[in-house]
Design a protein around this ligand. Structure first.
Ligand code: SIN
Length: 477
């Protein structure tokens, strides 16, 4: 395994300008895995300078050539699935199968956007007055600042990076301090695949605020793309407003998972396990509140309990483990506090309900029955292996409760009546709905949220246009 532990700026590896290092922990043991160079504001500026220089040539490179480089990036990431999967599991903790799945997902953004790079469409039309033509084109933004979370150490970078590069931009990336190793190795592999130096600069830091200020204030920066909490997103939006930067924000979620009486219960439980537990239950799209119609609430809770009780928790490197550690001790404490509040308000933990002792940061897969609709756990993103089940009798009331949140990222509906499923889906204030499906993520689909879950979309044919300007030329000929 190759571990890169320095900053990647202008295609070269260098230490941070004040010599600080970031300890990276293995969350399965709490032990130090590596120390990584910590970037300073001056390093962020150097990265923006390098990106600005590289971007000029890249923007002038033929789309077909850009597409071919991106396709090589896809191939090289796929060729390193085992190595990257191993690295993701070591620094994030998720089971190896999920980690390798993440590599395939991450790489796919390069293949998809290699195909999109040659299909950025403008238009030409007649001005209604008949006086001239209206030509519309989509040039790149310039330098894009990318800030990513720890829950998908590879894919949350590539979902932004691949369309940004396809459209002709250069990027400066701040990976999270918890999982910088995967980010740095991804940058390395993209260089090996033929991506010119300076287009991808990766600068982890211990001082996110000053780093971001420096990157945002750089004259060449034109855009910020962020995935993370709504709370941090608001701060970055305010700061980006100082330079009127374009922003794409993928923020927090609070997904309802709705099971109607007529649903195929086994399929609903299987979908619930995917929606709740994929990637150790640390996803923004994770089912956060399970609304089960009264006729199936008890059976659904029991079957979900059996499935959760069968989950093997442990180091993601061990065979058969399907739930790894949480990212750190604070995460375990926050999950436990939400469970405690739900139980104090009358819910019962039918399975689990406690942290797991020992080294590492583990929480028991937990099902909470009879949760009150207004319990704090229904209002907060759990980001852990806890499934609160809320029985319902009236569909209108349930839809109102499902929508009674400032978040609107993902939602899930299970019913045998596809007409009802579509009607309910249309009324849910969520950017993405899984109808009889527990996973919504797909590089070919527009990922993003309504309300305070975000701005803009990533993936699909829409994703690449987020990284472009729109220029219109009023033309006489
Ligand atoms: C996220 O948790 O932010 C991303 C989830 C996904 O892409 O599936």
């Amino acid at each position: 395994m190759t571990m890169r532990t320095d900053l990647l700026i202008d295609g070269t590896w260098r230490g941070g300008s004040d010599g600080d290092r970031i300890p990276v922990l293995d969350p399965a043991t709490g032990e130090e895995l590596a120390v990584v160079a910590a970037g300073t504001p001056a390093d962020a500026v150097a990265a923006c300078d390098a990106a600005a220089e590289a971007q000029r040539l890249w923007a002038a490179t033929a789309p077909r050539v850009r597409a071919e480089v991106l396709r090589s990036c896809w191939e090289n990431l796929v060729d390193h699935t085992d190595e990257l999967g191993d690295l993701i599991t070591r620094e994030h903790g998720k089971p190896l199968a999920d980690a390798k799945g993440e590599v395939a997902y991450a790489a796919e953004f390069f293949r998809w956007n290699a195909e999109e790079a040659v299909r950025i469409r403008g238009s030409i039309s007649e001005a209604p007055a008949g006086t001239n033509k209206i030509i519309v084109r989509h040039p790149p933004m310039g330098v894009v600042v990318i800030v990513t979370p720890w829950n998908f150490p590879a894919a949350m970078i590539t979902r932004k990076l691949a369309p940004a590069l396809a459209a002709g931009n250069a990027c400066v990336i701040k990976p999270p301090k918890e999982t910088p190793l995967t980010a740095l190795r991804v940058g390395d592999l993209l260089g090996e695949a033929g991506l010119p130096p300076g287009l991808v600069n990766i600068v982890p830091t211990l001082d996110s605020g000053s780093w971001f200020d420096a990157a945002v204030d750089h004259h060449a920066t034109r855009m910020v793309s962020f995935t993370g909490s709504t709370e941090v997103g608001r701060v970055l939006l305010r700061r980006s407003a100082d330079r009127v930067l374009k922003t794409v924000m993928e923020l927090g979620g609070n997904a309802p998972f709705i099971v109607f009486d007529d649903a195929d219960l086994d399929a609903a439980v299987e979908g619930a396990m995917v929606a709740k537990m994929r990637h150790s239950a640390e996803t923004c799209t994770a089912a956060n509140r399970f609304y089960a119609e009264a006729g199936v609430a008890a059976a659904f809770t029991a079957k979900l309990g059996e499935a959760m009780a069968a989950v093997k928790v442990g180091s993601g490197l061990d065979d058969g483990v399907s739930c790894g550690p949480m990212i750190n001790r604070d995460a375990v404490e926050s999950i436990d506090s939400l469970v405690g509040q739900a139980v104090a308000a009358g819910a019962s933990a039918t399975v689990g309900g406690s942290p797991i002792d020992g080294p590492g940061f583990f929480y028991q897969p937990t099902v909470l029955g009879n949760v009150r609709p207004d319990s704090p756990i229904t209002r907060h993103e759990i980001f852990g292996p806890v499934a609160p089940v809320i029985p319902f009798t009236d569909t209108e009331t349930m839809i109102a409760q499902a929508n009674d949140t400032e978040m609107g990222l993902a939602a899930y509906v299970y019913t045998a009546d596809i007409g009802r499923g579509l009607q309910v889906s249309e009324r849910l204030e969520s950017g993405m709905v899984g109808l009889n499906r527990g996973a919504v993520s797909d590089p070919a689909a527009p990922f993003g949220g309504m309300k305070q879950s975000g701005l803009g979309r990533e993936g699909s044919t829409e994703g690449i246009y987020e990284f472009t300007e729109t220029q219109y030329i009023a033309t006489n000929w």
